[in-house]
Design a protein. Structure first.
Length: 270
């Protein structure tokens, strides 16, 4: 009976994996079709749709803008979130759980509501330019990832290393920058990559904070689909999947290096 249950669970797992991968495989296959419309099965093989990406100004401009916004928002989230997490996990702040909830609150609100609220209050109300408001929205999207992942990392961090630095005469600020940050650098890079991926591919917030003078890649793709249905969109999707996969691989490598460092530190202490 137990073997039968194990067999059924394995079959169920493979079916779920197939359902997840099948749409991605279809997108990859259709990006090489020679017909002027997305069809499956494809007829012929061509790479012209990948070359067509560069001939679309909105795609090129949207990629540059999305990249700049994602990098800026992710960097700001780490710069602001790291000291906050360190204070919450080390300084014994009263109502620390309440502050944790405040920092994680953007995950409890639909992203489209955040985009609409920022548009109404900052763009319509205060008349701020779209770019800083857009970065603000993506910053709010990234902060919860910093809080969650970095809190888990610092709770596992060996505090005796910090105490040794203090006993050696280093101040707490100097210890933070010269001892804590180098030891969690792999985690910070992994967090940056995760924030970048979520910001770069975000649609709900971007839709409300988009304008004639500001083109993001997700909205450029949606606008292109309104007038065209050729495999160029599939080609763009394949490139984005490859970019996301590369970043996820780098994040896994960073986590692996972090685990090696922790093992070496524990071994050195013994």
């Amino acid at each position: 009976m137990r073997q039968k249950k194990h067999w059924l669970l394995t079959l169920y797992g493979y079916l779920m994996l197939l359902l997840l991968l099948l749409p991605l495989v279809l997108v990859v296959v259709t990006s090489f079709g020679s017909q002027a419309a997305i069809t499956f099965p494809i007829k012929g093989f061509t790479l012209k749709w990948y070359a067509n990406i560069l001939s679309q100004p909105d795609f090129v401009t949207g990629f540059k803008t999305s990249f700049a916004v994602a990098v800026t928002a992710s960097f700001l989230a780490i710069v602001i979130g790291t000291p906050a997490v360190y204070a919450l996990t080390r300084r014994g702040i009263h109502h620390a759980n309440w502050f944790q909830t405040v920092f994680l609150s953007p995950t409890l609100i639909p992203e489209i509501v955040i985009g609409f609220a920022l548009f109404q209050s900052l763009v319509i109300g205060i008349k701020l330019p779209l770019m800083p408001v857009l970065i603000t929205g993506h910053f709010l999207l990234s902060v919860p990832y910093v809080i969650r992942m970095l809190t888990a990392r610092l709770l596992l961090f060996d505090q005796t290393i910090e105490e040794a630095s203090w006993l050696s005469g280093a101040s707490k600020i100097k210890t933070f920058f010269r001892v804590v940050i180098p030891n969690i650098s792999g985690t910070l890079l992994a967090i940056f990559i995760m924030c970048f991926i979520n910001s770069f591919n975000n649609i709900p917030i971007t839709l409300f904070l988009n304008g004639p003078s500001l083109t993001m890649l997700p909205t450029a793709i949606l606008n292109y689909l309104q007038n065209n249905y050729d495999p160029t969109v599939s080609a763009v999707s394949v490139i984005l999947m490859l970019l996301t996969g590369l970043m996820m691989w780098l994040m896994e490598r960073m986590n692996g290096l972090t685990r090696v460092d922790e093992h070496l530190n524990q071994k050195g202490q013994k």
